[in-house]
Design a protein. Structure first.
Lengths: 437, 289
């Protein structure tokens, strides 16, 4: 009797170990981990984009791997990375060891993604980053290819290109102010949250402004989580700024836009305001964020190509909001699936090689992976006309409206670029009133 | 620029003063260091958001509901959570930290981490000596004066106020004189948490509603209370404006160091403490008052 009981227990333990500890050999599903701060808009974007991709792919029967059809199965992982980087690494570790995912998409904060990247690389799983912009994530690929080759940037393009694009927006609006208001030299206040990613942008701005006929009246560095910026706004008005170049990725973007609009500070806000990229911005600013301009990836009514409108509108119908850039997990999963079907393999090394040379049309442009100056693979996104450029949106009457690129000439002699659905930039009436000669 | 600095100081200071007065009261009477004080302020802010947008209340009714809800919540929390461990100050300190984090997580679960806002009681701004000031900020400033006046009236001219002052001076003697010390402490907690709710109600239109909105004010409020002298309401009032002035100076004089405004204010607090360890109006003042 004792022997039978022992055998029974051993059998149960063995079955349990097999269930949780061994990969599903020959399984008919491809497991994709979706990791992000799920209690926040960024994580919701990650998850929603992934859900859309999964539903579309599975509705068509799944993924063709050689002769076999496999379904997509998503695994949601809350990285809680805004609060705790350790939570993010734990979540990634669980995706690798407990859930045994085949691929991972997501991540947002650079500090967390760098740590998560190491874990995914250790398990040799392809990880497409859909949130962090720091160049280091891809520099690692070039410097230590064998270790980091499984990492690709999915969105956004790296921070050096973010700077370049936001300067284009600054010049675009500055030229309009000069023309419409008769200003000779536009005075600019640079307001950047005190965060590492913003430091090089502030330094670059100081050198860039004189080159485009603008003058800096000062640099303000509020805390990323400041809730009251009326003192800064008063000081900016006193300094005589006509433009405010904003560099915000955190919550400070809301009080800055709201209080600036409510106090009718006679200076237009242009730059990066990540909070302004979300549909909830209007409500969060009580409608006072009108006229602010920010870089963004998607805007209803604006099309990069024929894939944009179906993606944006389906997303809007499904989730009731415009996709933010983290919803590009959709494109990341589609890219993984397309590469699997092209190669007929699930082997990570084979897929990496195929992805490196691919040029794929997605809803926000064309994804092509770059090499560095030495010809080494970076797995970073190519920026520029014909590839990825992003948009500038302006809040008008409670809605974001695409305003850039509008007749943008990227280089002398190059053709003008205006995406379908782009409208003219509007100067706030109180700014016109303050400066119109 | 001096005018800008002065007006900004008064506005900043009044926010901190509103928070610190309630905190001082509860410490002065019950010797409870309630780290969750600003978490109640956060709960009031969410309550106002909820009643305004989900239940359709007008801003004033939403504010009153928020204050009442938070006061009741404070009473329940005191009875269940604080009263049993009240005699152990360290336990209360750690317990209220846990409580604040729990409230933060509950708000996160219900409302997620999205940034929300509520409308101002009176929209728009006034221009005072060339400086633009929101009407809501003027309401905040006026509220500080009203709250202080009411507090003084209450403490000096009511039976409960007398009991609170007596308890603040010497709990044991007050008990021996027949005062129900535990009941007085409970009332002080309710008033204090109610003040946190009132602060949330007044300030919420000027800020962003989110689950972590309690942590920054907590640091500044602690700084104000320590600088003013633990338990001294008058000290908190002065200290709030001193720190508000320090913050405004930093923003106007060192714009690229605007993020340092909190750090500079805290440094001033440390400097004052080095010279005067009991704060500006510490124990000596309380004993005289």
């Amino acid at each position: 009797m004792k022997k039978v009981r022992l055998l029974l227990v051993a059998g149960l333990v063995g079955m349990l170990a097999l269930t949780i500890g061994v990969p599903a050999w020959g399984a008919d599903t491809i497991k994709i981990g979706v990791i992000g701060p799920m209690q926040f808009v960024q994580g919701k974007g990650h998850w929603n984009g992934a859900i859309m991709a999964e539903e579309e792919i599975n509705a068509k029967g799944g993924v063709k791997v050689g002769k076999k059809m496999m379904k997509i199965e998503l695994v949601k992982a809350d990285s809680n990375e805004f609060l705790n980087v350790t939570d993010a690494t734990n979540a990634m570790e669980l995706l690798m060891t407990r859930d045994k995912v085949d691929f991972v998409v997501g991540g947002f904060r650079t500090e967390a993604v760098l740590a998560m990247q190491d874990i995914a690389m250790e398990y040799q799983k392809i990880f497409i980053g859909c949130g962090a912009a720091h160049p280091e994530l891809c520099t690692r690929v070039a410097q230590d290819y064998d270790t980091y080759k499984y990492f690709f940037r999915g969105t956004p393009f790296n921070s050096a290109f973010l700077v370049r694009t936001s300067f284009l927006h600054l010049k675009f609006v500055g030229d309009i102010l000069k023309k419409e208001l008769g200003l000779e030299k536009v005075k600019v206040a640079v307001v950047a949250e005190k965060a590492m990613w913003a430091d090089p942008m502030v330094a670059a701005t100081e050198g860039f402004l004189p080159k485009i006929g603008m003058e800096s009246v000062g640099v303000w560095r509020p805390s990323p989580v400041a809730t009251d910026v009326t003192a800064e706004l008063s000081a900016i008005q006193r300094a005589g700024a006509q433009m405010i170049f904003t560099i915000f990725s955190s919550s400070v973007g809301i009080p800055f836009a709201r209080q600036g609009g409510e106090l009718k500070i006679p200076a237009v806000q242009v730059g990066i305001n990540v909070e302004g990229q979300k549909d909830g911005f209007w409500e969060a600013t009580q409608g006072m964020g009108e006229y602010i301009l920010t870089m963004n990836t998607y805007c209803r009514g604006v099309e990069y190509n024929e894939l944009t409108a179906p993606f944006v509108e389906t997303y809007y119908k499904r989730f009731g909001e415009t996709p933010t850039y983290t919803a590009d997990t959709y494109s990341a999963i589609k890219a993984i699936v397309a590469t699997i079907e092209e190669t007929g393999s699930l082997d990570a090394d084979e897929l990496v090689k195929a992805m490196e040379v691919s040029e794929r049309k997605v809803a926000s442009g064309i994804v092509k992976y770059m090499k560095d100056e030495q010809g080494r693979h970076l797995h970073d996104l190519t920026w520029g006309p014909g590839y990825l450029t992003s948009l500038a949106i302006q809040w008008i009457d409670g809605k974001p409206v695409g305003v850039w690129p509008n007749k943008w000439v990227a280089a002398p002699g190059a053709p003008e670029i205006t995406y379908k659905g782009i409208q003219d930039y509007k100067i706030p009436p109180w700014v016109i009133q303050a400066y119109k000669k | 620029m001096l005018i800008d600095i002065l007006i900004t100081s008064l506005i900043n200071g009044s926010t901190y003063a509103l928070l610190a007065i309630g905190f001082s009261l509860i410490f002065g009477v019950a010797r409870i260091v309630n780290i969750a004080h600003t978490a109640f302020y956060m709960v009031a802010a969410y309550c106002i958001y909820f009643t305004t947008y989900r239940l359709g209340f007008n801003p004033l009714s939403a504010m009153i509901t928020g204050i009442v809800f938070v006061s009741i919540l404070g009473l329940i929390v005191y009875k269940i959570f604080i009263a049993p461990i009240r005699e152990h100050e360290q336990a209360v300190l750690i317990g209220t930290i846990a409580l604040a984090i729990a409230l933060q997580e509950i708000m996160m679960l219900i409302f997620t981490g999205d940034y929300l806002s509520v409308p101002a009681l009176i929209k728009g701004y006034a221009t005072i000596l060339g400086v633009k000031v929101f009407y809501q900020q003027l309401i905040t400033f006026a509220s500080v004066l009203v709250v202080l006046g009411l507090m003084r009236l209450f403490l000096m001219h009511t039976k409960l106020g007398l009991a609170i002052r007596a308890t603040a001076q010497d709990r044991e003697v007050a008990n021996l004189m027949g005062m129900n010390e535990s009941r007085v402490a409970m009332m002080a907690v309710v008033i204090s948490v109610g003040l946190a709710g009132a602060t949330g109600a007044i300030i919420v239109p000027l800020t962003t509603v989110e689950p972590f909105m309690w942590s920054h004010p907590l640091i500044m409020m602690m700084a104000v209370v320590v600088l003013g002298g633990m338990g001294s309401i008058k000290g908190s009032f002065y200290a709030a404006f001193i720190l508000g002035f320090a913050e405004a100076m930093v923003v106007f004089l060192i714009p690229s160091g605007a993020f340092l405004k909190g750090a500079v204010a805290l440094s001033i607090m440390i400097l004052v403490l080095v010279v005067r360890p009991t704060g500006l109006f510490g124990v000596q003042f309380e004993e005289e008052g």
